[in-house]
Design a protein around this ligand. Structure first.
Ligand code: PLP
Length: 388
């Protein structure tokens, strides 16, 4: 009998340890882990440099209050700002906290310039920004919000890809548009670069802020440090989390100078956010994944994986509808429900996870080896041939 609440639909499997791309189950089986904690373990399991960082830092200092200076956090914030558009960073512990803090920063900006009524956030219907009360209503998904009323006000929604619906929904009270450059949970749907550029233009015209939720697609997952970089635009606010500390809980909001000016002392806080242990791990991950050579390697693995997956799509057109995504954020969209397919992959020792729109989501570690990709492809090919 389990004393854990039943809010997850858990697979009947548990793991004893992990190493790189592999997980070893408590009943002695070896799995190729292409979930990696849902894009969290960016360097795979038990990366020696992360193990060393945790070991060293845990002997020195785990946690102090944000009432004091935290040099490890200063260091990580500096790295993030030097690498990106950002001028300032606020550390959190998770993605939902980061998206909430992003919303707070947007509202606070308009408040601080004397426009407190400009406070509504425009999001994509059925997007995903986390599971807190505000975040579920930001996502605008019926499934996620059912039974959790009263509705948290302040969010409007437009339909993905529908530019008319988008423009119609912007009012004089809109503070910001918040979207994921690549919708993760939403089915690995990529917002095309020209749309991101149009979105930026629209925000400039209307004098509203652009929040790009890079919680899943950020931190080199897409083959660029941020997925939106390819479109050559700048964001005003970017929440990040998942891959930033390779498996240690962390979150952050990146802001430009204009927005950050509203976040004066006392306006936001977090007890755990930015503690030395999390920051130490974040620094080590950042040093590795923001490196140009590392990013080139992600691109190389991605190119290989996509070309082979597209070949499988040609081989099994009645099963695979589309290969989606960028970098190592990959979706195999099936013609029908993906549940059985994912189960069969797991039976063949490949772990993957679902996303919306019949998508099998594939999230290898960013340092995945080509021969591991080959193993995965072999299993996917086998399952396609058996399901046929
Ligand atoms: C996972 C995710 C979140 C929420 O992160 P949590 O750490 O689960 O709170 C928010 N936005 C996006 C795009 C995500 O993928």
């Amino acid at each position: 009998m389990s004393f854990l609440a039943k809010n997850y639909n858990r697979k009947n499997i548990s793991f004893k340890y992990g190493k790189g791309s592999y997980l070893f189950s408590t009943n002695g089986k070896k799995y190729l882990d292409f979930v990696q904690g849902i894009a969290v373990n960016s360097l795979g399991h038990a990366h020696p440099k992360l193990v060393k960082t945790i070991r060293d830092q845990s002997k020195k200092l785990w946690h102090v209050s944000n009432a004091f200076q935290i040099p490890e956090g200063e260091k990580l914030a500096k790295k993030l700002c030097q690498k990106t558009f950002a001028d300032y960073v606020m550390f959190q512990n998770s993605g939902a906290e980061a998206t909430e803090a992003a919303i707070k920063a947007a509202r606070r900006y308009f408040y601080s310039i004397g426009k407190p009524k400009k406070n509504r956030i425009l999001c994509i219907r059925n997007s995903f920004h986390g599971r807190t009360l505000a975040a579920i209503f930001a996502s605008g998904s019926k499934k996620m919000t059912q039974g959790f009323g009263p509705k948290v006000p302040g969010f409007d929604h437009f339909v993905f890809g529908n530019h008319i619906s988008l423009k119609k929904k912007i009012t004089k009270n809109t503070a910001a548009i918040m979207v994921e450059p690549i919708m993760g949970e939403g089915g690995i749907r990529v917002i095309p670069d020209f749309c991101l550029r149009e979105l930026r233009k629209l925000c400039n015209q209307k004098k509203i802020l652009l929040i790009l939720d890079e919680v899943q697609c950020g931190i080199s997952r897409s083959g660029e440090f941020f997925a939106f970089e390819k479109s050559k635009i700048f964001a005003d606010i970017v929440p990040i989390a998942k891959g930033l500390a390779g498996g240690f809980p962390i979150g952050a909001v990146l802001m430009n100078k204009k927005v950050a000016a509203g976040m004066t002392p006392g306006t936001h806080g977090s007890t755990f956010g930015g503690n030395p242990l999390a920051m130490a791990v974040g620094n080590t991950v950042m040093d590795i994944v923001s490196n140009k050579k590392f990013l080139n390697n992600v691109k190389k693995s991605s190119k290989y994986f996509f070309s082979k997956l597209n070949k499988l799509k040609e081989k099994y057109p009645s099963i695979i509808k589309e290969i989606r995504g960028r970098g190592l954020l990959i979706g195999i969209q099936l013609q029908t429900d993906q549940t059985k397919f994912i189960k069969k992959l797991m039976d063949n020792k490949l772990l993957t996870i679902r996303a919306a729109e019949n998508v099998v989501r594939i999230l290898p570690p960013l340092n995945v080896k080509i021969k591991e990709i080959d193993s995965a492809l072999k299993i996917i090919d086998k399952v396609c041939s058996e399901i046929k």
